[in-house]
Design a protein around this ligand. Structure first.
Ligand code: HEM
Length: 355
């Protein structure tokens, strides 16, 4: 049973039993989805229509850059997106042998971040909206090495749900993986529209880990993130591992590689770190427990402002989860305007659905 609640004239759809229990609101009927936000997004990569730009006509060159306007896939309801969530979640379980039984969760979170991590707020280019990661220029960006595994993982999902836009699929993949790895519920909004290949950003927009705090702070200015949001986001490195063949780093940041937690911060503060060179010539901090940190990770301990948040998140996982949820949602939605009536969906985990 699903529920709808109207808050400030925006629709929030709680598909999770926990959230649903908290709403006590009206039942969700298909008639709720006849709103104007359904305007024919057919996921056509050749969609050259102008509707995905909120026009700049009549504005001066100094005006804020145009946002891209979300258009929910025609006729699709929150339940349809829950079906996509379920298919991804089940496949994560079925294909659990990937990466020595870490599974696909971490690499799916990384794909969602890299699909959004090309964003530039100065001209609203890049970002998750256009799903341009699917084009060779972006797939083959050296910074995206390893993500072809996540792309291949999602291909059969796309075949099963060919109506979904790639931007929605990549971001939903990350949200699904995060929730299934016991991370926070991330309210997610649909409506990204496939943009043509010409919208693919140039390579070089993703961060280089061989850098310190000044670089990290400056890099994330392009998104408009605060110091606190930057620290929270990088806490995602509790998940998965680095791979020599992909990045020239090797090893995990912690022990629980497929459970979302604040372990990254705890280890950053408490492990005995030794700076060493990897066989690829990169600098990497290693600990006797077999954990690692890249220079951009370690920078969070070296900068006093960042350190304040590292300590806060190491002490309190709930605070970390809340801040991560908000920053990650912002990351996935950068540069997009969601028209009034666009549903905000809180997905139910597989576990919740079994109860
Ligand atoms: C300064 C910012 C960042 C840098 C320099 C960075 C760099 C890297 C590198 C080099 C890897 C290893 C890739 C490999 O060898 O397979 C990695 C993995 C990963 N990153 Fe980041 N990252 C940053 C921020 C983020 C953010 C914001 C997120 C998510 C919100 C994220 C999520 C992940 C995840 C989940 C993995 C593990 C992937 C796997 O196990 O296959 N990273 N990152």
């Amino acid at each position: 049973m699903s529920f709808a609640r109207i808050v400030n004239r925006r629709a929030i759809y709680f598909l999770g039993s926990v959230a649903a229990g908290a709403t006590g609101a009206a039942g969700l009927a298909s008639s709720d989805f006849n709103g104007s936000f359904f305007n024919g997004n057919n996921n056509n990569p050749k969609n050259n229509g102008s509707s995905w730009w909120k026009g700049l006509a009549g504005t001066s060159a100094a005006a804020a850059p145009a946002l891209r306007v979300a258009e929910v896939e025609k006729g699709k309801t929150p339940e349809d997106f829950q079906q996509v969530y379920n298919a991804i979640a089940k496949k994560i379980i079925d294909d659990d042998e990937y990466d020595n039984y870490i599974g696909y969760g971490p690499v799916l979170v990384r794909l969602s971040w890299h699909s959004a991590g090309t964003f530039d707020k100065n001209d609203n280019s890049g970002g998750s909206y256009g799903g341009t990661y699917r084009f060779p220029k972006e797939t083959n960006d050296p910074s995206n090495k390893g993500l072809q595994n996540a792309k291949a993982f999602l291909e059969p999902i796309y075949e099963q749900f060919p109506w979904i836009s790639h931007g929605d699929l990549y971001t939903l993949g990350g949200v699904t993986a995060l929730q299934e790895m016991q991370g926070p519920k991330v309210p997610w909004r649909p409506g990204r529209v496939d943009l043509p290949e010409s919208a693919t950003p140039e390579n070089g927009r993703l961060p280089d880990a061989e850098n310190g705090a000044d670089y990290v702070r400056n890099f994330f200015k392009r998104f408009g993130f605060t110091d606190q949001e930057v620290v929270a986001l990088i806490g995602a490195h509790a998940l998965g591992k680095t791979h020599m063949a992909n990045s020239g780093y090797e090893g995990p940041w912690g022990a629980a590689t497929n459970t979302f937690s604040n372990e990254f911060f705890v280890n950053l503060l408490n492990e005995q770190w030794k700076k060493e060179k990897t066989e690829a010539g990169n600098s990497q901090y290693n600990s006797p427990s077999g954990f690692m940190m890249m220079p951009t990770d370690f920078a969070l301990k070296e900068d006093n402002t960042y350190l304040k948040y590292v300590k806060k998140y190491a002490e309190n996982q709930d605070v970390f989860f809340e801040d991560f949820k908000n920053a990650y949602k912002k990351l996935l939605e950068n540069g997009i305007e969601f028209p009034e009536g666009t549903p905000t969906i809180v997905f139910k985990t597989l576990d919740e659905q079994e109860q």
